[in-house]
Ligand binder design. Structure first.
Ligand SMILES: [Ca+2]
Length: 257
């Protein structure tokens, strides 16, 4: 959902110029922690998506915009704005770091993971709320009693959708580090948004301000996918298993005669 903030419109042009300057000066440049392997596309039919609710993963988060953009939308198996998570608008905050909020999933069992996918709206309808970075982290803290706030988090890398991608559809990335083993959870730290901008000393002549502010709305993710090294059995394998089961039943019946 795009939220208009009419009182901001007049300063937007200057704001974006400053944001670019701040990006260059104070924000970490896009690293090569990830390798983009697919744009668009859909759920893998090759490897198990351990982030899927359908596979027992449980979503968590510390920020939620509200209807219909609830936290469990992050892994509900559906793309699109109506099935997306949105970070809440958090009100006045003091610094860029304080803007970061988390959303993620705890797996049903530890997994060796090789890639992940995320996007703002894989249907292509919405492209807003996708211009900040997404800091991707993993945990190997045990699943039993898992608490996102106290779990140990390790960085995988940072994704800058605006800088690296021309649109905000799904992107599938492999990890530069290869397989990450025994992972119990993955989370994304990204920015919340709202009325936290401070233009009180903005100088349109110099396009400078001494107050650090970020012109972002709360970021959106329509689906987080995390792929493990476990292959999904092919249909032919299912058919084979079903066939074996049928034979076994026949054999059992014959044995009973
Ligand atoms: Ca979803």
């Amino acid at each position: 959902m795009f939220i208009a903030h009419h009182h901001r419109v007049a300063v937007l042009a200057g704001t974006f110029a400053i944001a670019s300057a701040l990006s260059a000066q104070t924000r970490t440049p896009p690293p090569s922690d990830f390798v983009l392997i697919e744009s668009g596309g859909t759920f893998s039919t090759e490897f198990v998506n351990v982030a899927a609710a359908a596979n027992g993963a449980v979503a968590f988060g510390d920020s939620e915009y509200g209807t219909p953009h609830f936290i469990p939308n992050i892994n509900d198996g559906r793309y699109g704005n109506s099935y997306s998570w949105l970070a809440a608008n958090v009100g006045t905050v003091g610094s860029y770091e304080e803007l970061f909020v988390g959303v993620g999933v705890v797996f049903s069992a530890p997994a060796d993971i090789t890639s992940l996918a995320l996007g703002r709206d894989n249907t292509g309808q919405y492209t807003d709320r996708a211009d900040a970075e997404y800091r991707i982290q993993y945990s190997t803290t045990p699943i039993a009693g898992f608490n996102p706030a106290t779990a140990v988090w390790n960085p995988i890398g940072v994704i800058f959708p605006l800088d690296n991608n021309p649109s905000s559809i799904r992107r599938l990335y492999s990890f530069g580090a290869g397989v990450i083993s025994n992972v119990t959870a993955v989370r994304i730290l990204t920015v919340a948004g709202g009325e936290h901008f401070d233009y009180s000393d903005y100088n349109p002549e110099t396009e400078e301000t001494t107050n650090y502010y970020i012109p972002y709305a709360g970021q959106a993710i329509d689906e987080l996918e995390v792929y493990s090294t476990t292959a999904i059995p092919e249909p032919s394998a299912f058919a084979g298993l079903a066939g074996l089961a049928a034979l076994a039943m026949v054999a059992t019946r014959r044995g009973k005669r």
